[in-house]
Ligand binder design. Structure first.
Ligand code: ACO
Length: 328
């Protein structure tokens, strides 16, 4: 048996900043409302020529550089996104071409904001089974292209960005590495958060464009409550299954959707706020990219040390949810 561990991290944040004050000029809102309800102060918006794959490739370059492995050694690219460049081909294929990775499998997965944890779990399974040694997992989103910029309920929440990790084989006796996952999905909550048109159910038409059915719709209040319950329960279940006490977790990196959701999860788990990583004030909610961006940033800021136990937890449209614990 093998184990899997993260050996490289990288992030890419597009240059253009959209502040809460900028949004005040676009919809009826205020910096005070957005800051107090969400914790978000600004978000970044991709340039017109940037896409999920180009941003994902930039983050991947940094993760590969940190890992010290060569492009030739990557055997699988798992690209997690709800805003792919196109319906097909997969954005993973486009990254393969941008980075000229010669011998690799390529696949996109769609699990909304839980995407990166699902991607990590697939990388772990590929590696533990002995099928491959090195997997590149990318979370990248251009949510600004699917945002209704006239809807103040949603347009203040989202941003663009990408994060990536290289996950590699290690020996079972290695004290560091991935310990476990908990993954769940419940389609009965599909009306909480969705983009209605553009798929086979409602292909693009004049009507879908006129009715703005290609943009994100959300029931914010219901999502808020479900998010706190789902994330705290799932993480507690995983900790119980892996026999890890929450006191032993050195850093919790939750999906960065809303400061109050994160505080609610920490409260329910009796988890001290100093051990919770948050960067959503700068980036807003970048869906499947929030966790890899936060991981890369926590590492850059020296908040992850050798031997630390790290917990990840996320929820997203679907409803999907996921938790992971690993030792650095
Ligand atoms: N500026 C000013 N007022 C606003 C804004 C805004 N941007 N948006 C909504 N309001 C108004 C509403 O219209 C409402 O007015 P009314 O009382 O006159 O009807 C009032 O503010 C209160 O609205 P609520 O929805 O009750 O506000 P709440 O405190 O619940 O906060 C929020 C709203 C921030 C959206 C919250 O519900 C939330 O964070 N939900 C979770 C959202 C989320 O995380 N989504 C993504 C998760 S999944 C994924 O990441 C893909």
């Amino acid at each position: 048996m093998f184990k899997a561990k993260i050996i490289g991290l990288g992030k890419y944040i597009p240059k253009r900043v959209l502040t809460n004050h900028d949004l005040e000029k676009m919809v009826e809102t205020s910096d005070e409302w957005i800051s107090s309800r969400t914790g978000i102060k600004e978000r970044h918006i991709a340039a017109p020529e940037e896409t999920a794959s180009t941003m994902g490739a930039e983050a991947a370059k940094k993760a590969i550089q940190m890992s010290g492995i060569s492009h030739e050694e990557i055997e699988m690219i798992i690209f997690c996104t709800i805003t792919p460049d196109m319906l097909f081909p997969a954005s993973a294929c486009l990254v393969q071409d941008i980075l000229k990775i010669p011998n690799t499998g390529t696949v996109d997965i769609e699990a909304a904001c839980s995407g990166f944890i699902y991607g990590l779990s697939m990388a772990n399974a590929y590696i533990v089974s002995g099928m491959v040694k090195n997997v590149l997992v990318i979370g990248s989103e251009v949510l600004s292209r699917f945002t209704d910029w006239e809807d103040r309920n949603t347009c203040v929440l989202f941003g663009d960005g990408a994060g990536a990790a290289v996950v590699s084989r290690t020996e079972e006796k290695d004290p560091s590495g991935i310990i476990g996952f908990k993954l769940k999905g419940d389609g009965s909550f599909r009306d909480l958060l969705y983009v209605e048109a553009g798929g086979s159910q409602k292909p693009a038409s004049h009507e879908t464009v006129e009715k703005k059915l290609h943009t994100i719709k959300m029931n914010g209040n219901a999502t808020f409550k479900v998010a706190i319950r789902t994330m705290s329960e799932e993480l507690l279940e995983l900790l119980a299954e892996t026999k890890i006490s929450s006191d032993d977790i050195n850093l919790l990196i939750p999906h960065q959707a809303n400061e109050r959701i994160i505080a609610g999860v920490a409260d329910r788990m009796n988890f001290p706020k100093e051990k919770v990583f948050m960067n959503l004030s700068k980036y807003g909610n970048t869906s499947s990219a929030t966790i890899p961006i936060a991981l890369a940033e926590a590492f850059e800021e020296g908040r992850i040390h050798k031997g630390d136990s790290i917990a990840l937890v996320a929820f997203g449209g679907g409803l999907t949810s996921g938790a992971c614990v690993f030792k650095w």
